[in-house]
Design a protein around this ligand. Structure first.
Ligand code: S3P
Length: 421
């Protein structure tokens, strides 16, 4: 597709629901006793994969626009699926399912698309095996022999909310306590939702303790807009001349707001208004205006708080004066594609001064760039980041695949061009 360039952007936008919270709402709603009403559900391909998997295990789930109703059957109510569970492109579905299925009284097979089959699953299957889990293979297809689990004390080796959540979910079924120590604080939507449902769970700083749980109480869940999707418009509004965008109803859970901290550090003209809490998650509207950005350093504890936003933050760095250094972000290599390699290769096509490092990249910004024929590697966040990057390029740009945005943001291009002034 040709990426159309806009001169400036202006207006209001309400972005789709949070992907991480939507997945968890369906999973925990299925394991709860009673009916869970979810509003603001993200009908992206990844979350629909989660719904398909739970339907295949006998859970009735109705979808009506962005309202979803899950008829939960309790922690012991899942049926053995009649076929291999297919998780599509979704790492969250695949890894969290491992945690739930390890302790079931039946066996399951899981597989996904070509990208999922290349993503490491050993990071969940190995710690789960310390709880007694029996899972064959470290890459999809996985064969899970359901078995009795026991608690454990575990020091995580990667800063990953997916790994943490898989262990927490297994902990609900395990005899004795499961104690997990994180390296850095990662998104805590599972802990918040489980606590609201009455699970036997405590958190203390980087430590989470889960006990065997018999009953989860169904809750109404209001999914806020996904800050990872808002990120594209935060960067767009900041880099475009004579622009202002109001992004409504964005989830600002502190484990997710690294992008706000970094954009502020880069000099973004940004305001948070209407801050409030909705169903246990903090929410705000974000106002972003044209900004004079400068380079910054992004490393350490902030990385898990903005891991999915790094490709679009890299685009912001291209239009910022001076150097931006991203370190401690080796996790980018095991996302939907290797996002360090993909960003460096695609950005270089437009003459950008960018260097790949072992755990990140260095970008020297503030120089003119030219358009290019881009590849998204089937990665939704690459596609959207490249659409933003192209806006200030001299000349035309194309994208090989725009449909992959459906994974997290169906309708992205309509919303994007809808902001043209
Ligand atoms: C997610 C956790 C993150 C993130 C992914 C969603 C989640 O992955 O990149 O998009 O919902 O738990 P990791 O746990 O691999 O860091």
């Amino acid at each position: 597709m040709d990426i159309r360039k806009m001169r400036s952007v202006r207006g209001e936008i309400t972005i789709p629901g949070d992907k991480s919270i939507s997945h968890r709402a369906v999973m925990l709603g299925s394991l709860a006793d009673g009916i869970t009403h979810i509003s603001g559900f993200l009908k992206g391909a990844d979350c629909l994969s989660t719904i398909d998997c739970f339907r295949a295990m006998g859970i009735k789930i109705d979808i009506d626009g962005s309202d979803v109703t899950v008829y939960g059957k309790g922690l012991h109510g899942l049926n053995k699926p009649q076929k291999t569970l297919y998780t599509g492109n979704s790492g969250t579905t695949t890894r969290l399912l491992c945690g739930i299925l390890a302790g079931q009284p039946f066996d399951t097979d899981i597989t996904g698309d070509a990208s999922i089959c290349k993503r490491p699953m050993g990071r969940v299957t190995k710690p789960l095996s310390l709880m007694g889990a029996d899972i064959e293979n470290e890459y999809c297809p996985l064969h899970i022999h359901g078995t009795r689990l026991h608690g454990m004390e575990y020091n995580m080796t990667v800063a990953s909310a997916q790994v943490k959540t898989a262990l927490i979910l297994a902990g609900l079924y395990a005899e004795g306590d499961t104690i997990i120590h994180e390296i850095e604080k990662s998104r805590d939507h599972t802990e918040l939702m489980l606590a609201a449902m009455g699970a036997n769970l405590e958190t203390n700083g980087l430590t989470i303790k889960v006990g065997k749980t018999d009953f989860l109480k169904a809750q109404d869940i209001l999914v806020p807009g996904d800050i990872s999707s808002a990120a594209f418009f935060i960067v767009l509004g900041a880099i475009m001349p004579d622009s202002e965008i109001i992004i409504r109803n964005v989830g600002i859970n502190p484990t997710r707001t690294g992008i706000i901290d970094v954009m502020r550090a880069m000099g973004a003209n940004m305001e948070l208004i209407n801050e409030h809490t909705a169903a246990g998650e903090p929410v705000a509207d974000i106002v972003i205006r044209s900004s004079e950005l400068h380079g910054t350093e992004i490393a350490g504890a902030i990385i898990p708080r903005l891991i999915d936003e790094l490709p679009v933050i890299a685009a912001a760095a291209v239009f910022a004066e001076g150097k931006t250094v991203i370190r401690d972000a080796q996790e980018l290599k095991v996302k939907e594609t290797n996002r360090i390699r993909a960003v460096v290769d695609e950005f270089r096509k437009c003459g950008i001064d960018i260097e790949e490092t072992a755990d990140g990249m260095i970008i020297t910004g503030g120089k003119p760039i030219h358009g290019a024929d881009f590849a998204a590697y089937g990665d939704h966040r690459m596609a959207m980041s490249l659409a933003i990057l192209s806006q200030l390029a001299d000349g035309e740009s194309t994208l090989d695949d725009s449909s992959c945005v459906d994974v997290s943001y169906p309708g992205f291009f309509e919303d994007f061009y809808g902001l043209e002034k």
